[in-house]
Every structure is written in structure tokens, then in C-alpha cells.
Ligand binder design. Structure first.
Ligand SMILES: C[S@@+](CC[C@H](N)C(=O)[O-])C[C@H]1O[C@@H](n2cnc3c(N)ncnc32)[C@H](O)[C@@H]1O
Length: 295
């Protein structure tokens, strides 16, 4: 068909444009955008060609990507484990390294129908991945940012529909540092808390594709980066049942500080520090002691 253009040369030119603009993964991004325009999985692109209107839509997306718009904002979705989460301006784009936290959390579970809380839920990445992978889980996701909540509600409805009956997914609008008050019916009974709080120390120079793209409340955790994590430690202790587990992500400068905060609280045991696949300190796990109440 003369008005259709094979995707191969178009992709090659787009990748060159993106590389020249300093985009770190030009070929992958060129393919993701083409797959989005064509409505096909990335693996099927080799067989595809573009209509004139698809070519102009693609050219516009490549130009916006070259100008620094995140590829996930252009496609409207971000992969996270088995999910494709709706994302866009105003919500934190889930990162691949955070996927490790779901495995860490699942390793702490000893029930097929656990009660789980995701604190600082954003798009819902952690809690919804857990909900999808553990279909009998009852999952509460706490978030306070209105823009993030809009994406969270949409993603939660999608996952709830896909997992069918069994568990349940609840979105809670509120401040995580008050989560024990927000969730009075389950405080002291939670099997697992997952948390990826804002933890970047204010003033840290971030790459251009992070600063000004992800919302500031999702990134910054005060002068030392621990402004949310510090109160969260006590909140988690109030939420968990004796023996319940915690998996919490942190800044790579907090590999000692976060485990130290958990130990200092006195209500956690088995406190462990973990690194991500690049070897950077990335998250901590712990279990609630058998004793209840404040130490
Ligand atoms: C780093 S993002 C993590 C999002 C998601 N859990 C993930 O891993 O992709 C942190 C999220 O915490 C939310 N947040 C920050 N402070 C909060 C607070 N005090 N109460 C509730 N949510 C908060 C932000 O709006 C943001 O969505």
C-alpha cells in the first residue's frame, strides 16, 4: 500500500533524533512510542507499518519526548510487575527498582488472605501489584495528593475488576503519618505494610528527567530526607500485628539510617537492610515484635 510507511526506517530516524536530544534509552523509547501509536505490543512492531496520520502522531510524540516529556506521560501508562498502571502529570512514575519491594513483602507473608497497607501509594504500584499477585489479599492504599489519588482510584478499579472476587482493594485519602487513626478498624491487625515514601533530601540535585517531572511531594523528604519516614516508623508499629512485616524503600544514602530508626523504635525485630540490583542501599525490612503498645 503506497500510503503506508514501514516502521523500521521511521524507528531508526526517531532513535537518532532522541539520542541527539540526550535521551538515555533512545531506541527503547522510540519503540514504546511507536507501539503506543500503532496499538500493538512492542514485540510486534517489526511487522507493522504506519498510515500518514499515524506517522504525524508519532512525529509529534517523538518531538515531545526529545523535549524531555517522560515516555510514560506520552503513552499514559507505566509497566510495574504484571500491571500497566495509568500515569501522567501529577503522579509519581513507578520505578523498576521498586518492584523488588513486592517480592520482599510477599516473602514476609504467611497467609493467603493477608491484610496489607500501602503507605504513600501514588499510582498504587506496590499495593496493587501485591493485590494482583495475591488475589485473596485485602489491600488498603493511603495517599493524600489529589492528582495522585485520581490515578490511584482508576488503577485500583482496574485491578479490582481484573482480580475478580476474593480480596478487596480500598483507597484511603489521607496523611500517612495519621494512618493508624485513618484505619482504626485494622490498626494492630495488619500483616504487611509496604511503603515507598518521599525520601530525597531537599536540595539534592536530581537529573532533569526526575526534577520538575515527578511531583515534589512524591520526591522530597525534608532536609535530611527522613521527614516522612521518621513518623512513619511509629505508625507502622501501630498498624502491624505482632509478627507482621514491613518493606520500606529509602534513599541510597539511608542504608544505615532507616534500619537504625526501626531498631531504635523498639517494636521491630529482624531488621534487615537490602540493596537494589545496581548494588545501592534501597530498602529495609522488619517484623513487628510480639509485644503491643508503645515501648
Ligand atoms: C515516591 S512516591 C511513591 C508512589 C508509589 N508508591 C510508587 O512506589 O511508585 C511517594 C508518594 O507519597 C505521597 N505522599 C507524600 N507524603 C504523603 C503523606 N504525608 N501522606 C500521604 N501520601 C503522601 C506522594 O503524593 C507520592 O504519591
Amino acid at each position: 500500500m503506497p500510503d503506508r510507511t514501514p516502521v523500521g526506517p521511521v524507528l531508526a530516524r526517531a532513535a537518532t533524533t532522541l539520542a541527539a536530544a540526550g535521551i538515555g534509552s533512545p531506541r527503547v523509547d522510540a519503540e514504546l512510542l511507536a507501539a503506543h501509536v500503532l496499538g500493538v505490543p512492542r514485540g510486534r512492531l517489526v511487522l507493522a507499518d504506519l498510515t500518514p496520520s499515524q506517522r504525524s502522531a508519532y512525529a509529534e510524540l517523538v518531538a515531545r519526548r526529545a523535549a524531555g516529556v517522560p515516555v510514560q506521560h506520552l503513552t499514559g501508562s507505566a509497566p510495574f510487575r504484571y500491571l500497566e498502571l495509568a500515569v501522567g502529570p501529577g503522579v509519581f512514575v513507578p520505578r523498576p527498582e521498586t518492584e523488588l519491594l513486592v517480592d520482599a513483602g510477599r516473602a514476609l507473608l504467611d497467609s493467603v488472605s493477608p491484610l496489607v497497607v500501602d503507605l504513600c501509594a501514588g499510582s498504587g504500584a506496590l499495593g496493587l501489584a501485591l493485590a494482583y499477585e495475591v488475589p485473596e489479599a485485602i489491600v488498603y492504599l493511603v495517599e493524600q495528593d489529589p492528582a495522585a489519588l485520581a490515578y490511584l482510584r482508576r488503577n485500583a478499579a482496574d485491578v479490582a475488576a481484573r482480580r475478580g472476587t476474593g480480596g478487596a482493594v480500598h483507597v484511603v485519602d489521607g496523611d500517612v503519618t495519621r494512618a493508624a487513626e485513618l484505619l482504626p478498624g485494622i490498626a494492630g491487625a495488619v500483616d504487611l505494610v509496604l511503603a515507598n515514601p518521599p525520601y530525597v533530601p531537599t536540595g539534592t540535585a536530581l537529573p532533569a528527567d526526575v526534577a520538575g517531572v515527578d511531583p515534589d511531594p512524591a520526591l522530597y523528604g525534608g532536609a535530611d530526607g527522613l521527614a516522612v519516614i521518621r513518623p512513619l516508623v511509629g505508625v507502622v508499629a501501630e498498624l502491624l500485628r505482632p509478627g507482621g512485616g514491613l518493606a520500606m524503600e529509602h534513599d541510597d544514602t539511608h542504608g544505615d539510617a532507616v534500619p537504625a530508626l526501626l531498631r531504635a523504635d523498639g517494636r521491630f525485630v529482624d531488621v534487615a537492610a537490602h540493596r537494589d540490583l545496581t548494588g545501592r542501599p534501597r530498602y529495609a525490612t522488619a517484623r513487628r515484635t510480639g509485644k503491643t503498645g508503645t515501648p
